[in-house]
Design a protein around this ligand. Sequence first.
Ligand SMILES: Nc1ncnc2c1ncn2[C@@H]1O[C@H](COP(=O)(O)OP(=O)(O)OP(=O)(O)O)[C@@H](O)[C@H]1O
Ligand SMILES: [Mg+2]
Length: 387
Amino acid sequence: MMTRITGQYVRQNTTDEQVQAFIPYPLPPRDPPLQLNAKIQALLHEAEQALIRLDLAGDMVPSLDWFLYAFVRKEAVLSSQIEGTQATLVDLIAFEAQPAHTVPNQDVEEVCNYITALTYAREQLSSPTGLPLSNRLLNETHKRLMAGVRGANKLPGEMRRSQNWIGGTRPGNAMYVPPPPQILHDVMGDFERYFHADDDLHPLLRAGLLHVQFETIHPYLDGNGRLGRLLVSLLLEHWGLLKKPLLYLSLYFKRYQTLYYQHLNIARTDGDWERWLIFFLEGVITVANEATQCARSLFALVGEDRIRLMAHQHVHIAALRLFELLPRHPLITVASGIALIHATKPTVGRAVDILMDAGILVETSGRKRDRIFSYQRYIDVLRQEVD
Ligand SMILES: Nc1ncnc2c1ncn2[C@@H]1O[C@H](COP(=O)(O)OP(=O)(O)OP(=O)(O)O)[C@@H](O)[C@H]1O
Ligand SMILES: [Mg+2]
């Protein structure tokens, strides 16, 4: 077991008590430097291989667009469940299938925010005129993540100006008290510099270190967990380990939440970064393999359904076009179908009939009017791991 001192404690006065707030030293770990023992090396190698396979599985899919959409949403659902969000995959899809003026319930809103925030950050990073990897980018992403009712009083888009704490009901009985607000600027300055640091650590390890450091600093009043996990996805793509943010680590952190919190603690209190990295790399391997498997299942399902549809005796071009849009719109109505493929009502009606007859769409509303059709088996594959 490795031990290091990872920062210092400062006395901080809160309303009527004194607490010890923690100020982490800048990354990377020092005294001693990170010990990349045989176990970490082996896991790192395995994780790299798993990411390569995942990247290829992403390429295998004819429309990367819908594949990504499914995974981002999957991560969003899981990520938000840690916070207690109840939106199911079907709720989300149903919401997205509705006209723009409907008001989402809070759970759905939270999940949609995650996708909006991730999409925003990726666009900034990939655009020559966008924000670079920086605290400003984090703030802007946080603003989108926390938009809406629940986040409104949590300073969306701004770092905190007050003392926060983790666990307990007040700083005095907390499990951990992050850095005082007045030095956040400096601490986050160091954090930001490490994005661009010229050290020879593998980017995957750097992403793992940055995640812990971010949670230790806890720069926002809320949403630190969500943004800290989003950051990992972003970094892996930005540093060229994946072409798309296909890795949904939240699944792993959710499954092992107690262990996850313990490891965050141990990295800080004992300086055992190596132990954290082992946990982190095992997570990367597990979820990358699961994502690869899920990508293959989705790919196989859509491929089989396409063949079946093409073999249908009444198939026509409108049915095929509608089918290709289903992975992005797994719940449709005749009205939404009209908007999707710009065809007449009778044409869309016939396309839906053919898709039902081919066993691809299922009517799920039980109504006579305004019926809803779902690409049920596709939703089932996605749901297998989410719900
Ligand atoms: N002991 C700890 N030390 C450091 N960080 C911790 C500790 N326990 C939990 N955390 C981190 O704090 C996050 C929760 O902080 P916060 O409520 O600001 O984020 P969130 O995005 O709203 O929550 P969640 O992660 O539950 O969705 C956890 O997800 C975890 O990453
Ligand atoms: Mg929270």
